[in-house]
Ligand binder design. Structure first.
Ligand SMILES: Cc1cc2nc3c(=O)[nH]c(=O)nc-3n(C[C@H](O)[C@H](O)[C@H](O)COP(=O)(O)O)c2cc1C
Length: 512
């Protein structure tokens, strides 16, 4: 137990509250506030494709509030971490090294347990959960961060998992993808044991970023390190799991040991298409706890504007960090990594590097393609800004020869939800080497043309300048202090009879 005063604790409890984060957006261009009554049926159409976080202050006339799209933009993620958006990866890397600190609270002091609902009073259909996509199997609670204790290790696992409403006290949960929670669940279910899980809902963006990351060891530590501040936790009411005490809601319960036996889905998935109906486990609710003025949260997942979804923005950060770690292991001078959010977060990786050895870019491409996630990887020299789509298109068009610069890996692990697999169990990946081969990199004609700066040396006459050595036209203008240039053309014309020549770079010189 931390020795902090109740006052200091109170401040800590407000600092990472979702409602506070949203209120801080009020005077920015990042928030769309809906004060009018909005029915749950209309929420999806307002959220999908919206470039702002949306705060619904009157859902269905029930006096409940809902916020969506909270992290559906890199700028909002960057605000959460207090850094410019192109510094996010560096900031995550820094925070990963921080020592986790905790403040343990009791039920009496934990905001998320101000209201406790158990037993017959539990009814998750009273929560403001909306139908997100036309063909979804039911409304989904989508911004849910799961906290589980692995019974074998005692370590807490943290992830993000959506819940499909099935009734007042039960939901479906998608545990098909190879995750740590799936592995922990399969062990428990094989023994016929219930697996307690608690879902925090209405969380600070930092907690959501931490939840998408995977780390050996205790992932509650990861949440605390990512916050770069002591994490207030409280033990759940109906299980022993510790959860962030400053969340808006916690839904406690357990996974049914019966296994993957109930139909879950379809659902609009995070690559922009539907995921089909799957057999999945059932989650039973044993308690709902929340703040008195709790703010419900939903996450945007699907559609054709991946750059505006919560999922893609979260996935992109995780993928960028993974790619950077991999790159550092094979490249002496990596410069930057970016995973375009519009490509679904992790499907595409761009990186820039300064080449020191022949083949270094190619090795880096193979390395990136060997990590989990990316299907296409692009390597460029440092003069290309990988955050700029236009520069990337230009480099792709002008520095890439398909028969020389394309590498393809076949029969490798694929993202199962990639619809281009057409059902195949494994897939292929491509690396695009847009770097110049090292023996061409210093060619003068491959430098990027820029406006002249006339920085050359001054001479008494044009002839004196030419006698000094070969000069570009720009140098000749600088040599004579010309602010025009046309008079230099006339002088050069007269010098043609006196041995004026040009070398292979087009520089002028006087022969002999
Ligand atoms: C909004 C959101 C919803 C997600 N829902 C699911 C899900 O329902 N099932 C799943 O397997 N992964 C889901 N993921 C991905 C996992 O949260 C992610 O892979 C996480 O790292 C898994 O953690 P774990 O391996 O520690 O269990 C979701 C990610 C996001 C951003």
């Amino acid at each position: 137990m931390d020795a902090k005063s109740p006052h200091a604790q109170k401040n800590d409890l407000d600092r990472f509250r979702l409602r506070n984060y949203i209120e801080d957006l009020i005077d920015t261009d990042q928030l769309d506030i809906r004060d009018e009554r909005v029915d749950l049926a209309d929420v999806a159409a307002i959220l999908q494709g919206n470039d702002k976080a949306v705060w619904f202050r009157n859902i269905g006339g029930e006096n409940v509030e809902l916020v969506g799209n909270v992290v559906g933009g890199r700028e909002r993620l960057a605000r959460a971490f207090g850094v410019p958006s192109n510094q996010l990866r560096q900031e995550l890397e820094r925070r990963l090294k921080l020592k986790p600190e905790f403040i343990e609270l009791t039920r009496a002091t934990a905001p998320v347990q101000e209201v406790v609902i158990t037993g017959d009073d539990i009814d998750i259909t009273k929560l403001p959960t909306h139908l997100q996509h036309a063909a979804d199997g039911a409304p989904y609670i989508s911004a849910t961060i799961d906290y589980t204790i692995d019974p074998e290790t005692g370590l807490t696992n943290v992830g993000l998992r959506r819940l499909m409403l099935r009734g007042p006290k039960e939901t479906g949960i998608d545990l098909i993808a190879p995750s740590d929670l799936r592995a922990i669940y399969l062990k428990a279910s094989a023994k016929g044991e219930r697996l307690p899980v608690s879902f925090a809902l209405g969380s600070h963006p930092i907690d959501m970023v931490a939840a998408t990351m995977r780390q050996a060891g205790d992932e509650l530590d990861l949440v605390a390190s990512m916050r770069a501040a002591p994490l207030p936790t409280v033990k759940c009411v109906t299980n022993d799991i510790r959860v962030p005490a400053d969340a808006e809601y916690v839904i406690e319960g357990y996974l049914d040991p019966a296994g993957h036996v109930e139909k879950e889905g379809p659902y609009g998935e995070y690559l922009g298409y539907y995921g089909v109906v799957k057999n999945n486990p059932v989650f039973h609710v044993t308690a709902i706890t929340h703040r008195r003025d709790a703010l419900f949260q939903t996450a945007t997942i699907s559609g054709n504007r991946m750059d505006l979804t919560d999922t893609s923005n979260l996935e992109a950060l995780r993928a960028e960090l993974n790619a950077w770690m991999a790159l550092k292991s094979v490249v002496r001078e990596p410069i930057a990594v970016y995973t375009p959010v519009s490509a679904g977060g992790s499907m595409c990786v761009r990186f820039s590097m300064r080449q020191r050895f022949p083949g270094e870019a190619r090795s880096a491409l193979y390395t990136i393609l060997g990590t989990v996630g990316p299907k296409n990887a692009f390597a460029v020299d440092p003069d290309i800004d990988i955050f700029n789509d236009k520069q990337m298109e230009w480099a792709f068009a002008t520095r890439f020869q398909p028969d020389r610069d394309l590498v393809i890996a076949t029969g490798v692990r694929a993202v199962p939800l990639d619809p281009s697999l057409l059902g195949a169990p494994s897939g292929s990946r491509a690396g695009y080497d847009l770097t110049w081969p090292l023996d061409h990199i210093n060619r003068w004609d491959l430098a990027i043309p820029t406006p002249p700066t006339y920085a050359g040396k001054k001479f008494a006459s044009l002839e004196a300048a030419l006698k000094d050595g070969p000069k570009r036209f720009e140098d000749l203008m600088a040599a004579s202090g010309s602010r025009d240039g046309r008079e230099i053309v006339r002088e050069l014309h007269l010098l043609r009879g006196k041995g004026l020549e040009r070398d292979e770079q087009g520089r002028y010189f006087l022969a002999g």
